[in-house]
Write a protein that binds this ligand. Structure first.
Ligand SMILES: C[S@@+](CC[C@H](N)C(=O)[O-])C[C@H]1O[C@@H](n2cnc3c(N)ncnc32)[C@H](O)[C@@H]1O
Length: 249
């Protein structure tokens, strides 16, 4: 059966349209075929909590930039309620309307960082920021450095920013150029052919090692500790995606 939607080349406006499309599953609304996320998001959330350790504290200030509307934001909302965290969800209006309302949840309709009041009010106050599977859309549509600078400005001392699930084309190529990756490709594509991997070519619009290390260096130069961290091998795209964890000392 052909896919219900083409998930390539989608942007912020498409996400808002998809959020309101009742024919799409909640995974498809956030741009994933069901097979990539259904039954996997508890494991993804465990991996997030292992990195954003401030989430296990009590009464902290938490932000999710681009929460979408599948299982992950519901898991975060539950955890924040249990731990008495104040939670702010930043996404488009249509996407946010798929999530529950509560007096402990602030919804901000924005294409981050175009939210000057929120940035001014919350500057230096946030203990944990989650931004999961979002950076590649910013890379195509906006400025990742402005996005990073403004996200960093929100962090309180000891605050953590997880920019997670970053598709890194360099990591993808390293994987598919390996014997393990070639076997994975043959099994997944049901073919005897090796994957077509090309180095030393430009990859317009794609995040690569240079972009990842540029973000790390930018954060470190601004006085933050910044690390590239692997995903749990149990996650569906751990062989070609990775996370950035930034901590304000
Ligand atoms: C692929 S979905 C990921 C959703 C969720 N974080 C997850 O991993 O399940 C990307 C989400 O980020 C939102 N988004 C993209 N760019 C954004 C931005 N600059 N500011 C706020 N939300 C953004 C989209 O509307 C969409 O809901």
């Amino acid at each position: 059966m052909p896919p219900k939607t083409d998930f390539s080349n989608i942007g912020f406006a498409d996400f808002q349209r998809m959020a309101s499309d009742s024919k799409l599953s909640r995974y498809e609304k956030i741009g994933f075929p069901d097979t990539y996320r259904e039954g996997q998001e508890e494991e993804i959330f465990l991996d997030i909590c292992a990195k954003l350790t401030n989430l296990s504290g009590k009464a902290r200030r938490v932000v999710d930039i681009g929460p979408g509307c599948s299982d992950l934001p519901f898991l975060l909302i539950d955890l924040c309620a249990r731990n008495q965290h104040a939670l702010s969800l930043l996404d488009g209006k249509e996407m946010l309307s798929q999530l529950p309302d509560s007096e402990d949840i602030q919804k901000i309709d924005t294409l981050f960082p175009n939210c000057p009041s929120f940035l001014a009010e919350e500057k230096g106050r946030i203990d944990a920021i989650l931004c999961y599977s979002v950076l590649h859309y910013v890379f195509e549509e906006g400025s990742v450095f402005r996005f990073l600078d403004e996200a960093l400005s929100l962090l309180a001392p000891g605050g953590q920013l997880l920019i997670g699930d970053i598709p890194n084309i360099s990591k993808r190529k390293r994987f598919f150029a390996s014997d393990t990756g070639a076997d994975f490709h043959r099994a997944f594509m049901k073919t005897d052919d090796a994957p077509d991997v090309r180095f030393n070519v430009s990859n317009p619009g794609q995040i690569d090692d240079a972009a990842i290390f540029g973000l790390l260096q930018r954060a470190r130069s601004a006085g933050f500790d910044a690390y590239v961290v692997p995903q749990s091998p149990k996650l569906p795209m751990a062989n070609r995606r990775e996370d950035i964890l930034i901590v304000r000392p």
